[in-house]
Write a protein that binds this ligand. Structure first.
Ligand SMILES: O=C[C@H](O)COP(=O)(O)O
Length: 272
């Protein structure tokens, strides 16, 4: 069986839970403790499959305290950051603040930010740059809306977003980015892309990185899939050559379901 346990890419899969605007800091503490307990109980190997939680800003301090205090192996990230570092930007959050809170990752360019808050490709590019200024790893989201998919233009659409967002990155920066392919029509709809759909676009993303940088760099970049990922469908998606993890929304606020997603290899009998 061509499951992910047989992948030889050398890329460590990443399962990142984007809680979106769910769970206050008390609920966050409960979820993280339950998630950690469930993963440890299943003898999860965090070095084989990295696990990150991306809570709302107001939960970050609480989750950081738990991770530090209890020596949890979960990674922490935020869902957005300002393109600016400091100053008169009411309501905004600097990447510097996130770094001080122990964040490793920050989501940039999620389709909900692009659609609901008017984030343009230029803003996304500036936020990617801001993330690197603060030693945060961007999880750059790209993906096509339904009408683009229906017209068969998903690859050029996604590559256009990618090109705009990585403009000006050094090879060192580009080599550490995480890219999440999230078809907009699959987000929160229960309509997951087929594994072949996910593979087509994830492979095109990697090929574009190889064109712009080099093959070795592209081979090291993790490309995630996001959109209605659940325990029941994750193994088939992860079996695709160019899919290196998942950006999980709804299913990530259920600790049992998310732990099961993180342990997707065990669905095929391999220990993860
Ligand atoms: O960031 C996560 C994605 O938007 C996917 O969300 P979903 O798993 O609820 O479809």
């Amino acid at each position: 069986m061509a499951d992910s346990a047989s992948k030889t890419s050398g890329r460590t899969p990443l399962m990142a839970g984007n809680w979106k605007m769910n769970l206050d800091h008390l609920q966050a503490a409960h979820l993280v403790q339950k998630l950690d307990w469930t993963l440890r109980d299943g003898r999860h190997d965090f070095s084989a499959v990295e696990v990150a939680v991306l809570p709302p800003f107001t939960d970050l301090r609480t989750v950081q305290t738990l991770i530090d205090g209890d020596k949890l192996q979960l990674k922490l990230g935020a869902q957005d950051l300002s393109q600016h570092d400091s100053g008169a930007y009411t309501g905004e959050i600097s990447g510097g603040f996130l770094a001080r809170l122990g964040c490793t990752y920050v989501v940039v360019g999620h389709s909900e930010r692009r659609e609901l808050y008017g984030e343009t490709d230029e803003v996304v590019r500036d936020k990617v740059q801001a993330a690197y200024r603060h030693d945060l790893t961007p999880i750059l989201c790209v993906g096509e809306p339904l009408e683009v998919r229906q017209s068969g233009e998903q690859v050029p659409h996604v590559l256009g977003q990618l090109d705009a967002a990585i403009e000006g990155l050094t090879p060192e920066q580009a080599g550490s980015i995480v890219i999440a392919y999230e078809p907009v029509w699959a987000i929160g709809t229960g309509e997951v892309a087929t594994p072949e759909d996910a593979q087509e676009v994830c492979a095109a993303i990697r090929a574009r990185l190889a064109e712009r940088y080099d093959q070795q760099l592209a081979d090291g970049v993790r490309v995630l899939y996001g959109g209605s990922v659940k325990a029941a469908n994750v193994a088939a998606i992860m079996a695709q050559t160019d899919v290196d993890g998942a950006l999980v929304g709804g299913a990530s606020i259920d600790p049992n379901e998310f732990a099961s997603i993180c342990r997707y290899r065990s669905h095929h009998g391999a220990d993860a």
